[in-house]
Design a protein around this ligand. Structure first.
Ligand code: MG
Length: 161
């Protein structure tokens, strides 16, 4: 018996600015600064989308949701993720597991991680035990360290059904 597994990675960065909401994994996190973006700027969900598209070889987020299209202005990234998951599902895949790392200096996001996992699992129609979200800082170094931006990276595995 052969098993068809497909690995995908995703990476995203958004600039942080005063007076914007900080949404991570579909959770609004109280913060002085939030993501500057055409959509809601959810860097974690954007990295998840790119990892799914990568694993299924379906292009990237910019191809599916161009930021020149006003239809996607301030759109919830949960809606975008749902749309991409439909495409991946139609190709006959289920999620084996997903592991994400958020890279930011502040605020501390530990209290919100479980809700992020629940949101991602629900959108990808899987159990929360298959979803991992971690966070790290860059020890004050670089754009994430100074709070100029937030980054996320994701690796995931799809299995053919
Ligand atoms: Mg993005």
């Amino acid at each position: 018996m052969t098993m068809d597994f497909r690995i995908g990675t995703g990476f995203d960065v958004h600039r942080l600015a005063e007076g914007r909401k900080l949404l991570l994994g579909g959770v609004e996190i109280p913060s002085q600064k939030g993501s500057l973006a055409h959509s809601d700027g959810d860097v974690l969900l954007h990295a998840v989308i790119d990892a799914l598209l990568g694993a299924a070889a379906l292009g990237d987020i910019g191809l599916h949701f161009p930021d020149t299209d006003n239809k996607f202005k301030d759109i919830s990234s949960i809606v975008l993720l749902k749309e991409i998951w439909q495409l991946v599902k139609e190709k006959g895949f289920v999620l084996a597991n997903l592991d994400a790392t958020l890279i930011l200096e502040k605020p501390k996001i530990a209290p919100y991680i479980n809700n992020m996992k629940v949101n991602i699992a629900a959108t990808l129609e899987t159990g929360v035990e298959k979803i991992s979200v971690k966070a790290t800082t860059t020890e004050g170094l670089g754009f994430t360290g100074t709070g100029e931006g937030v980054a996320a990276q994701v690796v995931l595995l799809l299995a053919a059904t």
